[in-house]
Design a protein around this ligand. Structure first.
Ligand SMILES: *[C@@H]1O[C@H](CO)[C@@H](O)[C@H](O)[C@H]1NC(C)=O
Ligand SMILES: *[C@@H]1O[C@H](CO)[C@@H](O)[C@H](O)[C@H]1NC(C)=O
Ligand SMILES: *[C@@H]1O[C@H](CO)[C@@H](O)[C@H](O)[C@H]1NC(C)=O
Ligand SMILES: *[C@@H]1O[C@H](CO)[C@@H](O)[C@H](O)[C@H]1NC(C)=O
Ligand SMILES: *[C@@H]1O[C@H](CO)[C@@H](O)[C@H](O)[C@H]1NC(C)=O
Ligand SMILES: *[C@@H]1O[C@H](CO)[C@@H](O)[C@H](O)[C@H]1NC(C)=O
Ligand SMILES: *[C@@H]1O[C@H](CO)[C@@H](O)[C@H](O)[C@H]1NC(C)=O
Ligand SMILES: *[C@@H]1O[C@H](CO)[C@@H](O)[C@H](O)[C@H]1NC(C)=O
Ligand SMILES: *[C@@H]1O[C@H](CO)[C@@H](O)[C@H](O)[C@H]1NC(C)=O
Ligand SMILES: *[C@@H]1O[C@H](CO)[C@@H](O)[C@H](O)[C@H]1NC(C)=O
Ligand SMILES: *[C@@H]1O[C@H](CO)[C@@H](O)[C@H](O)[C@H]1NC(C)=O
Ligand SMILES: *[C@@H]1O[C@H](CO)[C@@H](O)[C@H](O)[C@H]1NC(C)=O
Length: 456
C-alpha cells in the first residue's frame, strides 16, 4: 500500500511536470505567434504583400521573413523584412520574442518610437532600423548583452547620444538623425567598437579624450555636426583607423605632425569645411594606403608637401579653398611628386595662392585623371600644355587666373570632357574649331577673356 501510494505520488508529480512543461512550451510558442500577429496588426501599408503568408494556414516559422530555431518548440530567431515598403509603427510586442537574435526592418516606412521593449531582448545580436522615419529618443540597449550591431541611421531620432549601450557593441550607426548634446565619455567603455558613425546630426562639444580607449575603431564618421576643439587626441590612439571623416564641423588648430605615422592604416581622410590651420603635415604620406584625401575649405598655409607622391594608391586629392602657396620652383615640387600617384583620378588646388606657370610635370600625371581644378589662383603663362597628356579628363577648371595666349587646337582631342571653365583669364584669339568635337560637353564657361570670333 505504502509502495503504491509512493508510486502514485511519484507518477502524479511526474505527470504534473509533463503537463506543466507541455503547457509552458505551448504558451511559449503561442507567444511568438501572437507577438508576430500583433506586429502585423500595426502595419498599415503592405504594398508588396510581404505579409500575405502571415496567416493561420501556415506555421509562423514559414511566414515570409521569419527564421526559427530548430529546437522544439521552434522559436523565432530572426526577422528580416528590410526594403518591403512597409508602413506603420513597430509593435512593442516584438519585445516578447525572447529568442530573437536578428531583427532587420531597414528601409521601410516605419514611424513612431523604437519600442523600449526591444531593449529586453537579451539574445539580440543585430538590429537594423536604418532608412525609416522613426522618432523619439533611443531606448536603452544596455541589457542586450549579445548585441554587436546597432544601425539606426537615416531616421528622425531625437534626444541625446545614446547612453545605454552594451559593452560588446561593435557597430554603432547613428548618422542622419536629429541627435543633439555632447558625446558621453561613457562611450569609452564600449571598447569593442569598430565602426562608429554619427554624421549629419546636431552633436556639439568636442570628442572626449576618454575615447582613446576605443583603439579598435576602424571607421569613424563624425561629419556635419557642431563639433569643435582641436584635432581630437583620442583619434590618434585609434591606430587601426581606416576611414576618418570630421568634415563640416568647427574643428580648429593644427593637424598633429605625426598623424600619418600614428594612423598608418588610413585609406580615407576627410576634414574639409573646418577651421584647421597651419602646415599639411608631411607625415600624412606615411599612411601609405591613403586613397582619398580631402582637406578643402580650411585655412591651411605653407606648401603642399612633396612627400604626397609616396601615396601609390591615391585617387582623390582635394586641397581647394585654403591658403596654400607655390611661388618658387621648390614650392611647386609637389607637382613632380604627384605624378608618381598613378591611380590619381581627381585633384583640386583651386582657390589657393598658387602663382606663376603650371609646371610641365602636369603632363606626367596619371592618364586616369578625370577632374582637374586649378581655378582661382594666380596662375599665369600660356594654356598648360601638360593637359594634352590627360586623355580622360571630364572636368577642367582654369577659371579666375591670369592665363594668356590662345586656346590650343589639341583641347578638342580630350573627347571625354564634359565641363570646361576658362572664365576670367586673359585668353586671346579664336577658339579652336576642334572644340566642336567635344560631343559630351555640357558646360563651357568662356566669359571675361579677350576671345574673338565665333563659338565653334
Ligand atoms: C496564407 O498564406 C499562404 C502562403 O503561406 C498563401 O498561399 C495564402 O494565400 C494565404 N491565405 C490568405 C487568406 O491570405
Ligand atoms: C507548439 O509546440 C508544440 C509542441 O512542441 C507543437 O506541437 C505545436 O505545433 C507548436 N505550435 C505552434 C503554434 O508553434
Ligand atoms: C507582449 O508584451 C507586451 C508588453 O510589451 C504585452 O502587453 C503583451 O501582452 C505581450 N503579448 C504577448 C502575446 O505575450
Ligand atoms: C545575425 O546577426 C549576426 C551578427 O550580426 C550575423 O553574424 C548573422 O549572420 C545574422 N544571422 C542572420 C540569420 O541574419
Ligand atoms: C539604406 O538605404 C541606402 C540607399 O538609400 C542603402 O544603400 C542602404 O543599404 C540602406 N541601409 C540598410 C541598412 O539597408
Ligand atoms: C536591465 O535588467 C535589469 C535586471 O533585470 C533591470 O532592472 C533593468 O531595468 C533593465 N534595464 C533596461 C533598460 O531594460
Ligand atoms: C565605465 O564603466 C564603469 C563600470 O560600469 C563605470 O564605473 C565608469 O564610470 C564608466 N566610465 C565612464 C567614462 O563612464
Ligand atoms: C590607447 O590604446 C591602447 C591599445 O592600443 C591602450 O592600451 C591604451 O590604454 C590607450 N590609451 C588611452 C589613453 O586610452
Ligand atoms: C614619417 O614621415 C616623416 C616626414 O615625412 C619622416 O621623416 C619619417 O621617417 C616617417 N616615419 C615613418 C615611420 O615612416
Ligand atoms: C595599393 O593597393 C593595392 C591593392 O589594393 C595593395 O595591394 C597595395 O599594397 C597598396 N599599396 C600601398 C602602397 O599601400
Ligand atoms: C585664416 O587665416 C588668416 C590669416 O592667418 C586669417 O586672417 C583668417 O581669419 C583665417 N580664416 C579663418 C576662416 O579661420
Ligand atoms: C617619384 O618617382 C621618381 C622616379 O620616377 C623618384 O625619383 C621620386 O623620388 C619619386 N617621388 C616621390 C615623392 O615618391
Amino acid at each position: 500500500m505504502k509502495v503504491t501510494t509512493a508510486t502514485a505520488h511519484f507518477l502524479w508529480v511526474f505527470l504534473a511536470s509533463i503537463s506543466h512543461s507541455v503547457i509552458c512550451s505551448t504558451l511559449r510558442n503561442e507567444t511568438d505567434r501572437l507577438s508576430l500577429l500583433e506586429f502585423k496588426n500595426s502595419i498599415t501599408l503592405n504594398p508588396h504583400q510581404s505579409l500575405i503568408s502571415w496567416n493561420d494556414s501556415t506555421h509562423f516559422c514559414s511566414w515570409e521573413g521569419i527564421s526559427c530555431s530548430s529546437k522544439n518548440p521552434p522559436r523565432v530567431t530572426a526577422i528580416d523584412l528590410r526594403n518591403q515598403g512597409l508602413v506603420g509603427h513597430i509593435s512593442p510586442s516584438l519585445g516578447n520574442l525572447t529568442f530573437l537574435r536578428n531583427l532587420s526592418l531597414a528601409t521601410n516606412g516605419f514611424t513612431g518610437q523604437i519600442p523600449e521593449s526591444l531593449g529586453h531582448l537579451r539574445r539580440l545580436r543585430s538590429l537594423y532600423l536604418s532608412n525609416n522615419t522613426l522618432q523619439g529618443i533611443i531606448p536603452s540597449f544596455a541589457n542586450c548583452s549579445e548585441l554587436t550591431v546597432l544601425w539606426l541611421d537615416h531616421n528622425d531620432l531625437a534626444g541625446g547620444f545614446p547612453g545605454g549601450l552594451p559593452l560588446g557593441l561593435q557597430e554603432l550607426q547613428l548618422s542622419s538623425n536629429r541627435l543633439v548634446g555632447t558625446i558621453p565619455p561613457s562611450l569609452s567603455n564600449i571598447t569593442a567598437l569598430r565602426k562608429l558613425s554619427f554624421a549629419f546630426n546636431g552633436i556639439t562639444g568636442s570628442i572626449p579624450g576618454e575615447l582613446a580607449t576605443l583603439s579598435g575603431v576602424e571607421i569613424l564618421y563624425a561629419s556635419s555636426n557642431r563639433l569643435l576643439g582641436g584635432f581630437p587626441e583620442a583619434i590618434l590612439n585609434m591606430s587601426v583607423l581606416v576611414a576618418l571623416s570630421l568634415s563640416t564641423n568647427s574643428f580648429s588648430g593644427e593637424l598633429p605632425s605625426g598623424i600619418g605615422s600614428l594612423l598608418p592604416n588610413l585609406r580615407q581622410i576627410a576634414i574639409g569645411i573646418n577651421f584647421f590651420h597651419g602646415d599639411i603635415p608631411s607625415s600624412l604620406a606615411n599612411a601609405s594606403n591613403l586613397v582619398k584625401i580631402d582637406i578643402s575649405e580650411n585655412n591651411f598655409t605653407g606648401v603642399v608637401p612633396a612627400s604626397i607622391g609616396k601615396l601609390a594608391n591615391l585617387t582623390r586629392l582635394n586641397l581647394e579653398m585654403n591658403q596654400l602657396h607655390a611661388r618658387s620652383k621648390q614650392d611647386w615640387e609637389f607637382m613632380d611628386s604627384v605624378a608618381n600617384c598613378t591611380q590619381l583620378q581627381g585633384i583640386s588646388i583651386a582657390r589657393n595662392q598658387m602663382e606663376g606657370e603650371v609646371p610641365g610635370s602636369l603632363g606626367n600625371f596619371s592618364v586616369q585623371l578625370q577632374y582637374l581644378f586649378l581655378g582661382q589662383n594666380q596662375l599665369s603663362g600660356s594654356f598648360p600644355s601638360g593637359i594634352a597628356n590627360l586623355p580622360n579628363l571630364i572636368i577642367l577648371g582654369l577659371d579666375y587666373n591670369r592665363f594668356s595666349g590662345s586656346v590650343p587646337q589639341w583641347l578638342g582631342g580630350l573627347k571625354t570632357l564634359q565641363k570646361l571653365s576658362l572664365s576670367t583669364n586673359s585668353f586671346t584669339g579664336y577658339l579652336p574649331s576642334s572644340l566642336s568635337n567635344l560631343s559630351h560637353l555640357t558646360e563651357i564657361l568662356l566669359d571675361t577673356n579677350q576671345f574673338i570670333g565665333n563659338i565653334p
